[in-house]
Design a protein around this ligand. Structure first.
Ligand SMILES: [Zn+2]
Length: 158
């Protein structure tokens, strides 16, 4: 008999259980009940206990903290009162998780902002290499007009 939530010892008459190799994205448990939406636009695998505890994957909670601009008051009251995080073998309230991680996340955000600046600098150089000078742009305009036909006067850009 196929195991509803077990290994892949299914018979050939049954497809493999798509949940069999998933882990709960909150606590890491391998007894996944299903995959469902988180409070962000992301679907995650959950075990039954994490679902019952209103747990969310910590990376989702981190994202909420970051988008709140690191201010608990900007987070919806319902989220603050219901969401939990699985940390160190137990469930922690949203506010406790917030207090414990907010400074670390700020630092991480700052590090990433520096990386973005560096990337933007690289992009700027790449863009300059491919920027046309004024003469090129005029030639481009001529080409477009000639494609539109004989009536040059009526086709002039305003
Ligand atoms: Zn879990």
């Amino acid at each position: 008999m196929p195991q509803p939530n077990g290994n892949n010892n299914h018979s050939d008459d049954y497809p493999p259980n798509p949940l069999a190799n998933l882990k709960c994205e909150c606590c890491g448990d391998t007894k996944v009940l299903g995959v469902c939406s988180t409070i962000m636009p992301y679907s995650a695998a959950f075990c039954e206990l994490c679902l019952r505890m209103y747990a969310q994957p910590t990376f989702i909670i981190d994202a909420i903290i970051m988008t709140s601009n690191y201010d608990k008051e900007n987070v919806h009251e319902g989220v603050r009162q219901s969401v939990t995080a699985f940390v160190d073998g137990g469930y922690m309230s949203f506010d406790d998780y917030f207090d414990r991680n907010v400074e670390k996340l700020k630092e991480l955000d700052l590090e990433n902002a520096v990386k973005f600046d560096e990337r933007d600098e690289l992009d700027k150089h790449a863009f300059e290499e491919y920027t046309f000078d004024d003469d090129d742009e005029v030639e481009g305009d001529d080409d477009i007009e000639s494609d539109l036909g004989d009536d040059d006067d009526k086709q002039q850009p305003r």
